[in-house]
Design a protein around this ligand. Structure first.
Ligand SMILES: Nc1ncnc2c1ncn2[C@@H]1O[C@H](COP(=O)(O)OP(=O)(O)OP(=O)(O)O)[C@@H](O)[C@H]1O
Length: 317
């Protein structure tokens, strides 16, 4: 699956680019027995973007990434990477899906040397990936002395040994402290700046939202939304004070759907982008509803995520 291209680590990768998206999933489905854990997932990841597959624990993220790597065979549907069926030999993909199993008593560099024995990576390439992952200073210290963030970054370094165009990372920020998360975010952006496509998973939107160009939110194996982070932010909540409130709810439901409208105390909550506020206001006035207040509530992305996935993954782990 991996390919040694031998180009310099920071080289722009236009030379090996071919047309089309980096990753295409079409109706991708995985069933274990009667249980469907990934359900007809259709997504495209564009070249050079950082794409987040987000969802609560058990949503099917790891299974999806494993299908992209050809480690799990789909029950139905297809996945392709760089125009080739997932798992094809020679596709320039690097992955951190399961820890590569580093030796605690070896240094970071020596651990990469061991892996380089399998991938054919040169000493120069090892030095380059240590530089990309900001591990040069500690490269010759034993792995067991590394912080969790450094261990994760060494995992990314291992995934980069073959200089892949597409990098697949399962929960790269999982368990990291704020400093570790900041370092990992910077690394993810660096990978994209270098022209790589990054597909990562996370169950905590807040940890990756700043790194991702686009995200797909999945819950129970199904795609809930595919969007840019900006668009997700736009899907806010309007809080409307109006009389009669019941009539206002009916009018709003007619515009955005009953499932996006609720009455909380004496306020009408409408899930809609801020751009819809004027239209909703007009419709209410037109229906002779007296609108005494209308404001956009500042939901955090985490709230959007929890609402969409119905999960409490935002809490402490
Ligand atoms: N080999 C398997 N056999 C049976 N069930 C499996 C297998 N692998 C995964 N599952 C089930 O599929 C569901 C999705 O698992 P998956 O690991 O893809 O979710 P996830 O979104 O990555 O969650 P997490 O963040 O907890 O890793 C889970 O309920 C899991 O128990």
């Amino acid at each position: 699956m991996q390919q040694q291209t031998g180009t310099a680590p920071h080289a722009v990768t236009s030379g090996r680019r071919v047309a089309g998206p980096a990753v295409v999933m079409a109706g991708l489905t995985k069933r274990y027995g009667k249980r469907t854990v990934v359900d007809r997932l259709s997504l495209e990841v564009r070249r050079g973007e950082v794409f987040g597959v987000l969802g609560p624990n058990g949503a099917g993220k790891t299974t999806t990434l494993r299908m992209l790597l050809g480690l799990v065979r789909p029950t139905a549907g297809t996945a392709s990477v760089l125009g080739m069926p997932a798992g094809s030999p020679g596709v320039a993909v690097g992955a951190l899906v399961e820890g590569p199993g580093f030796y605690p008593y070896l240094s970071g560099r020596d651990n990469l040397r061991v892996l380089a024995g399998h991938t054919g990576a040169s000493a120069a390439r090892i030095a380059a990936v240590l530089s990309i992952t900001d591990l040069e200073d500690r490269a010759d210290d034993r792995y067991r002395t590394y912080s969790l963030g450094m261990k994760q970054r060494l995992g990314v370094a291992a995934a980069l040994l073959t200089d892949p165009e597409v990098v697949v990372l399962d929960e790269p920020t999982n368990g990291l402290d704020p400093a570790g998360i900041t370092d990992m975010r910077a690394l993810l952006r660096r990978l994209a700046t270098d022209g790589r496509t990054v597909v990562l998973s996370s169950h905590l939107l807040g940890e990756v939202e700043q790194s991702c160009d686009r995200v797909a939110i999945i819950a129970e194996g199904r795609l809930v939304v595919e969007s840019t982070v900006e668009e997700l932010r736009g899907l806010g909540r309007l809080e409307i004070q109006a009389a009669p409130l019941g009539e206002a709810a009916l009018v709003a439901a007619g515009l955005v759907g009953a499932d996006r409208v609720s009455i909380v105390g004496d306020v009408l909550h409408v899930q809609a982008p801020s751009s819809a506020a004027a239209e909703i206001n007009r419709a209410l006035v037109h229906a002779d509803v007296e609108v005494t207040g209308l404001r956009q509530s500042a939901r955090t992305l985490e709230e959007v995520f929890l609402e969409m996935t119905g999960d409490d993954a935002g809490g402490p782990r």
